[in-house]
Ligand binder design. Structure first.
Ligand code: ADP
Length: 223
């Protein structure tokens, strides 16, 4: 769990950004809550992805214009299951959906980052590696656990069957390719107590990195 400086060149946001990612049920939400308890603002791409297509948004209007009113529930909110069925029927349709969603999610994340303040910010992006968003953050933190533990947690948390678990795991990006992008790896095979201690030690490192990054920016501004 080293905290040597990551690639911070040309990443002069107002706040230092740590991107948190990991496989399904690896512990991302649990880890995000531990950072939040230490006072770190958490910006969650899954939450934002729902917000940009909430009723009344221009995102929802664009989705309906593209895929038809069948993707709405009777109350006017998005029927996600129906949208998945319609939009994932071909690559071209999926790309059209992504062309609607991704710019809106990106813009909303940037807006939340500008607002959130904090000593540094934690951006929870489950698809950080898959979506090629690694250069949107200063540092990549991957939470990882063994596949056996991941299977157990999925069954307990989501009541998944063994077959369902295998399907979910097969749909995920290769664990090794995710780990290759990591600046820090948080191994979550142990107890919550151990996880909390690891988060506290990463937090200390990130505070240091964030303050030296802002010092560098200050120096640059003074030259
Ligand atoms: P993710 O957000 O990556 O999908 P979660 O944080 O929801 O994963 O964790 C998956 C499940 O495993 C949750 O029910 C969570 O409470 C549990 N969990 C996570 N880490 C631990 C741990 N170290 N010890 C015990 N349970 C854990």
């Amino acid at each position: 769990m080293s905290t040597t400086p990551g690639n911070v060149h040309n990443k002069n946001w107002n706040f230092y950004r740590v991107g948190l990612t990991g496989g399904i049920a690896s512990g991302k939400s649990t880890v995000a809550n531990l950072f939040a308890a230490l006072g770190v603002p958490v910006i969650d791409s899954d939450v934002i992805a729902r917000e940009v297509v909430a009723p009344g948004t221009d995102g929802l209007k664009a989705v309906v214009a593209e895929f038809g009113a069948d993707v709405l529930q009777p109350d006017g909110s998005l029927d996600r299951r129906q949208l998945r069925t319609v939009a994932f029927a071909s690559d071209a349709r999926r790309h059209r959906l992504e062309a609607i969603l991704h710019p809106r999610i990106g813009a909303a994340m940037e807006a939340q980052c500008r607002e959130a303040g904090g000593p540094y910010q934690l951006l929870v992006i489950p698809l950080l590696v898959e979506a090629g968003l690694v250069d949107r953050v200063n540092r990549v933190l991957v939470v990882d656990c063994s596949e056996d533990i991941q299977r157990q947690r999925l069954m307990v948390r989501d009541g998944e069957t063994a077959a369902g678990v295998e399907r979910l795991l097969a749909a995920q990006v290769n664990r090794q390719s995710r780990l290759m992008k990591a600046d820090d790896v948080l191994v979550n095979n142990g107890s919550l107590h151990e996880l909390k201690q690891s988060v506290a030690s990463l937090h200390t490192g990130y505070l240091r990195l964030a303050s030296s990054a802002s010092g560098n920016n200050l120096n640059m501004a003074n030259h």
